[in-house]
Design a protein. Structure first.
Length: 750
């Protein structure tokens, strides 16, 4: 939201109250309270008829400073609020003649006390991260609407880029963009997003989390090109300055603050196949898909039933349509006997025709209007209502309906929707602010389902396929990128959204292979299969047509088979990366600038990514097979071709459908498994340690876990002269090694 016309003029309808200078301060334990009036105070009379901004500094954990800016503190300040973890940081407050220094860890906020010199500088030791100062912190009143807003603007340095703010399909670097924090079901081809997260990071290595679940508005180097502005309606604004020193460190600290991703089960990393959305299907159809994959030697691990497993107009009744599936228990057993896991589609909406509507309405478990009526709409399902997850009894009721499906043999749920949440004339059970609940609703929805799965299946066995999310949503994996189209531009916007979401610590992410809308030509299907199987989670899904490969061409079957088997073989490496994501909060798929912050050329690429610590992936986006990507310094090895590729420059290559740039990082060990048919097996049995190109004196180590994430084996390698010395511990002794590329080097065991 813009409040000014250019640099000098405020919009005619806006009356601003700026923090102009330091007036006074108080210390309350580890809290610093600073008062800043709206103009320079030259004598006692200036204190009259004048507004003032109150700024409170606190620290929930080391190197995180929370800033609370308020005007009228008597105004009700309702939640929901994002859950944050509090530790006991060491905080110091030091006052000098000209400043007050609030310090947490190595991060400082320095308040300027000098007359007519308002400002707060946020520092990492002696390095300035950002600042707020002249005409930045403000309370704005719109005289036409009588609405009030709180605003702050944080500085951007020369060559500083902004990333993140949740899932965004617009350009990866957010400078120059206007971003609205409002979850909507808008597909993948616009500025609308399913997963709005009011957290951004910059290439300077810090991040800012806006602690408000409402319709926050960002002007990112747009209203003022030197600043990031964020504003919310109301009388109070809260945000956290998070300093992890590097982009990767800041993502780790952010997830420590808001929650680390749970560890999904190993089986969920395999291939998922769905019925698609509006297609016609019954058990005969789904069985033909499953058998067709087996006949073509394409490993399949999860089968998903989309909406029409339930009867039309009754979404959700959580009951199999008896006309289409007369024996669901028997069908699920038959599929389990084939080694498959089962996922079914759900959402939090209850159509009026569903028997659950009357039950939920009678019990008071559906969202109500202010007058006590149940809120209803005809959009999506006729007369549908919405489960009120702010009511613990309503959540338990919803979970009980899903438990019956788990008892029947369902293994996990696709938690679709959660964005179409009303705000006008709404009264939640717990009194939450409806505007703030619009984005936060999805957190309660996914949390209810995920906690049920953990309770019934056990910790480490819970996994979702979720579409909507907000702050903290990363705790309940996995997420997929929404309704993309069957085109290369849509594939590109999908990868941009995944990279942006990764900046908010969403560690496990997927997308609809070959696009959801329309039907891709065989060319795009095959290229998207490569990309999809080199994502943490991999699903074939569409709208009005099936996604089995033989409907595209026979080569599509060969391509899909190759990359499913490749992913299964890579599971010792991938699952260790997943465990690190769970423990450290760093996503499996990560932007280049996160992994290589010292390389300026890594700040802009948005069509490639690091897949864990040691693999670089550059999907192909052209029918010709041409691909252009940036490779950081060093001698990398293409895992598929064996070619050694020299980094430190942009590369142009041509790849067929069975290859793409999949590069092993220099000075690394890649653990490859002995099984290429399933993702969950004994990773230590027959594991092969692939040695990339080692520079003189370089060393590396890797670990192999069991299916619970416990480290069972370790391998350490170091190059001395023309020899790599390899040391392996643990496991059953059934392992081997391979030197990648054209290296003429010997390997000795230690």
């Amino acid at each position: 939201m813009k409040f000014t016309d250019g640099y000098w003029c405020v919009k005619k309808e806006i009356t601003p109250l700026y923090a102009v200078e330091y007036c006074d301060s108080r210390i309350n334990g580890d809290e610093l309270i600073v008062y800043a009036p709206g103009k320079h105070i030259s004598d006692r009379g200036d204190c009259l008829n004048l507004g003032m901004i109150t700024i409170r500094l606190t620290s929930p954990m080391e190197d995180v400073i929370k800033v609370s800016v308020s005007h009228f503190e008597g105004t009700a300040y309702k939640g929901p609020f994002a859950q944050v973890n509090h530790t006991a940081p060491h905080v110091t407050i030091e006052e000098t003649e000209d400043s007050i220094i609030y310090k947490s860890g190595s991060t400082k906020a320095i308040i300027d006390k000098r007359p007519d010199s308002w400002g707060i500088r946020f520092m990492d030791k002696e390095r300035e991260l950002t600042n707020t100062g002249f005409r930045n912190i403000a309370h704005m009143t719109n005289n036409k609407t009588n609405r009030c807003y709180m605003v702050d603007q944080l500085s951007l340095d020369v060559d500083e880029y902004v990333y993140g703010l949740g899932e965004r399909f617009t350009p990866f670097i957010k400078n120059g963009q206007v971003v609205e924090m409002w979850n909507e079901d808008g597909g993948t081809a616009s500025e609308i997003a399913y997963k709005n997260v009011p957290f951004y990071i910059t290439n300077k290595g810090y991040g800012v989390l806006l602690d408000n679940e409402g319709d926050a508005s960002y002007e990112i180097a747009s209203e003022k090109v030197e600043r990031v502005q964020f504003s919310i309606e109301g009388e109070r604004l809260d945000y956290y300055v998070i300093n992890g020193h590097t982009p990767k460190g800041t993502i780790a600290r952010y997830t420590k603050l808001t929650g680390r991703p749970a560890l999904p089960p190993a089986w969920s990393f395999g291939l998922w196949l769905t019925t698609s959305f509006t297609t016609n299907y019954d058990e005969g159809t789904t069985s033909s898909f499953i058998q067709g994959m087996a006949d073509r030697d394409i490993p399949l691990h999860v089968f998903h039933f989309d909406c029409y497993w339930m009867e039309a107009y009754e979404w959700c009744n959580f009951t199999w349509d008896p006309a289409t599936f007369p024996d669901p228990e028997g069908m699920l057993k038959r599929y389990h006997d084939r080694g498959l896991r089962i996922c079914v589609w759900i959402n939090p909406y209850i159509g009026q025709k569903s028997p659950l509507f009357q039950e939920g309405s009678k019990l008071g478990y559906l969202v109500k209007k202010s007058n006590g009526d149940v809120w209803q709409t005809d959009m999506w399902q006729a007369g549908m209502g919405l489960v009120d997850f702010t009511n613990p009894k309503a959540s338990a009721w919803y979970q009980d309906k899903l438990k019956k499906l788990l008892d029947m043999g369902v293994d996990c749920f696709k938690t679709d929707f959660g964005e179409r949440i009303p705000v006008k004339d709404i009264a939640y059970y717990d009194g939450s602010d409806p505007v703030k609940m619009h984005n936060y609703y999805t957190q309660l929805y996914n949390q209810a389902v995920f906690e049920l799965l953990e309770r019934e299946r056990g910790e480490g066995e819970a996994v979702l396929f979720a579409r909507s999310a907000t702050v903290g949503g990363q705790k309940f994996p996995a997420h997929w990128g929404g309704d993309c189209s069957a085109t290369y531009p849509s594939m590109a916007e999908t990868i941009r959204s995944g990279l942006s979401l990764a900046c908010a610590g969403f560690g496990f992410w997927s997308h609809d292979i070959s696009g959801f809308e329309k039907t891709a030509p065989a060319d795009i299907y095959k290229r998207w299969c490569q990309f999809g199987l080199l994502s943490s989670h991999s699903r074939l899904h569409g709208s009005s047509s099936y996604r089995v490969p033989w409907l595209f061409d026979e080569e599509a079957c060969d391509v899909l088979r190759k990359f499913v088997k490749l992913k299964c073989a890579l599971m010792p490496y991938l699952y260790r990366q997943a465990v690190k994501t769970h423990e450290e909060g760093i996503p499996m798929m990560r932007p280049m600038f996160v992994e290589f912050p010292e390389d300026r050329a890594c700040e802009t690429p948005d069509k490639q990514y690091m897949f864990g610590d040691s693999l670089l992936v550059a999907p192909v986006f052209k029918e010709s097979g041409e691909v252009e990507y940036y490779l950081p310094e060093g001698r990398w090895v293409n895992l598929l071709t064996g070619d050694v590729v020299i980094g430190g420059k942009w590369k142009k290559e041509i790849h067929d459908y069975f290859s793409l740039p999949l590069l092993v990082r220099p000075n690394s060990i890649l653990a490859v498994g002995s099984c290429d048919t399933k993702p969950d097996y004994d990773y230590c049995d027959g594991v092969k340690f692939c040695l990339s190109v080692f520079s003189e004196g370089a060393s590396a180590s890797t670990e192999v876990t069991d299916l619970n994430g416990k480290v069972i084996m370790t391998a350490h390698a170091k190059r001395k002269g023309e020899t790599i010395f390899l040391h392996v511990e643990g496991g059953n002794g059934n392992w081997s090694y391979e030197v990648l590329g054209d290296q003429e080097i010997s390997v000795e065991m230690e």
